[in-house]
Design a protein around this ligand. Structure first.
Ligand code: ZN
Length: 437
């Protein structure tokens, strides 16, 4: 899988870098690994992962998360500023997080900083400290120590981020239009949960973000889009020069509200998984370029916080773990819709590398890091949570059959995982600063 398309080829790796890409079968004097008909793609770059260490390491930690990443073909991930404790909203907190990660990372790891109400004055120190993006919520984040930014916080921060070339990553939901009518009063009802977070929350947030981006010139990246409704507005804004990009997540591309049982809180996330027509709208958005990329939003918690015994959607923690499974999830649904491997490489590696400002990642080309994933398009596996490397094993993908098996993962030239088994010590590097900033 080369930048211009898929073709038989030989990737020559020297040390940690790709030295050259030459025609398949050309003579070469070094050690050769022939992967037959399997696809060699740039290692996946996942820019939306909640590792939660330090402070909530019982939810997920660097060791388990990055092992899962390695097994799933993710060679670079970027950690979100929450739900660790402290949250990454100061340079000191970032230093604490970096220290907690040392010696535990099986893949390369970068960090986003956090914009919260009242800390816009810290954008410069966080950029200087090497964050790759700045995350903000426009609605309650789920934890009280990461309060939502209000418009004045966003405006002040975006002026600085614009100058620094660091994107603002926004959880684009606002709750200023509470729904009047809910389908029922049963907290186990999935239909009720979906109705409590309507698409208009996403639409209104994105309207505001477009306006603020236009005013400040700041690159805004909308995380985890869960409705296709704002796409025409996003496309129109981009046409008039607004720097706004958008991701969706594997769970919005795989599940539909119609399939989610009442009480099935393993499916709870925010914004919620919506109806089948929304899933189709998101796929269409990816295929026509309105949506730029896919990130996991891997957001674990201990199983008891999912309240699976009572199935209360109002009280259960919202978050779905899929760090190890992204490629199979996207391919399983994508192949039904005519998706090709080139598109997956762009959505899950090429574009995310640009978002994170990592010039050495995201493509198989001379001079890039030799981060490679070898996968078997025709292979399939039935998911068992117990076999995943994630700290906790609850997953809505339990029992689902996913197509496309990750066979080998290479990080900077070194084989780090094979057939789900992590093969190397933790050799991941901590990435600091955008290479294009
Ligand atoms: Zn998230």
């Amino acid at each position: 899988m080369l930048p211009h398309g898929c073709e038989p080829a030989m990737v020559i790796v020297c040390g940690e870098r790709i030295e050259a890409v030459v025609g398949h079968g050309e003579s070469f004097s070094g050690e050769v690994m022939d992967v037959g008909e399997m696809v060699v793609m740039p290692g996946l770059v996942d820019t939306h992962v909640h590792i939660n260490e330090p402070g909530r390491t019982t939810w997920e930690g660097f060791e388990t998360a990055t092992k899962a990443a390695a097994a799933g073909g993710v060679t670079t991930l970027v950690d979100m500023p929450l739900n660790s404790s402290p949250v990454t909203t100061t340079a000191d907190a970032l230093a604490v997080k970096r220290a907690a990660s040392v010696g535990k990372c099986f893949v390369d790891v970068g960090f986003h900083g956090g914009l919260i109400h009242g800390n816009a004055g810290r954008m410069t120190e966080l950029c200087d400290a090497g964050v790759l993006g700045m995350k903000a919520f426009l609605v309650h984040s789920g934890i009280d120590e990461f309060p939502a930014a209000v418009e004045s916080d966003l405006l002040e921060a975006m002026k600085v981020l614009s100058q620094r070339g660091v994107p603002l990553l926004a959880h684009a939901e606002v709750d200023w239009t509470p729904p009047d009518v809910l389908p029922n009063e049963d907290p186990r009802s999935y239909a009720r949960y979906v109705a409590t977070r309507p698409p208009v929350w996403e639409i209104q947030a994105i309207e505001m973000l477009i306006r603020l981006s236009e005013e400040t010139g700041c690159w805004v990246h909308v995380v985890h889009l869960a409705t296709e409704k704002p796409l025409p507005m996003l496309v129109a804004a981009r046409k008039r020069g607004v720097k706004i990009t958008v991701e969706t997540c594997p769970h919005y591309l795989f599940f539909t509200a119609e399939e989610i049982p009442d009480g099935g809180t393993q499916y709870k996330c925010a914004p919620p998984i919506r109806a089948a027509e929304t899933r189709e709208g998101l796929w269409k958005g990816l295929l026509n370029g309105a949506i730029d990329m896919i990130a996991s939003d891997h957001s674990p918690c201990p199983p008891e916080m999912k309240l699976l015994d009572v199935g209360n959607f109002g009280k259960a923690w919202g978050g779905i773990c899929s760090l190890q499974l992204g490629l199979g999830i996207v391919w399983t649904q994508g192949e039904k819709r005519g998706v090709c491997v080139e598109q997956i490489a762009e959505w899950m590696s090429g574009f995310p590398a640009k978002l994170a400002g990592l010039k050495q990642k995201g493509a198989i080309a001379a001079g890039k890091d030799a981060d490679l994933v070898v996968w078997d398009l025709a292979g399939a596996a039935t998911i068992k949570g117990d076999e995943l490397h994630h700290r906790h094993k609850v997953t809505p993908y339990e029992g689902e059959t996913l197509h496309g098996l990750v066979r080998k993962t290479f990080l900077r030239g070194q084989l780090i995982a094979q057939d789900g088994v992590v093969m190397s010590p933790p050799t991941g590097k901590l990435l600091s600063g955008r290479s294009n900033a």
